[in-house]
Design a protein around this ligand. Sequence first.
Ligand SMILES: [Zn+2]
Ligand SMILES: [Zn+2]
Length: 155
Amino acid sequence: MNNIATHEGGCLCGTVRYKTEGDPKYVGICHCRYCQLRTGSAFGISVYFDSGQVNVLQGNTSLKSFKYPTESGRQSHLQFCSDCGTTLLWSSQWRPSMTGIGGGTFDPPTFWYKIEREVFCRSKAKFINTDVNNQFDTGPVYTPLNEEALRLKGG
Ligand SMILES: [Zn+2]
Ligand SMILES: [Zn+2]
């Protein structure tokens, strides 16, 4: 008997596939400009696991990386499919031992997880109304070191 919940998902073209084991450590909706830009949409959904809970099943060689410094001075590291562009996985110096997964990339039923909080509501689209109670204008801890341009900061 194996009672550990497993979930699989992957990119739009199907080249990259992953599997997670166990419950996520943190799940949040992020309305920051970085997430809006990387998705081309209104917000990002981050489903964070300890990195050991996440395995890339196929397509590892198709994953490309993009690293950028955030407003906090920490680096974010995105991994996306080089064939179709889906952002699948990421890590941040903010959560060094964790891997974030793009919440929309899980196989159906895609939205199986519970959202714990919403962050960076300062750049939230006016037409988004969720029932998440725990909402932050920025993040629970917000100590920016760099002043971002409006393009990347929003608000
Ligand atoms: Zn792909
Ligand atoms: Zn974000």
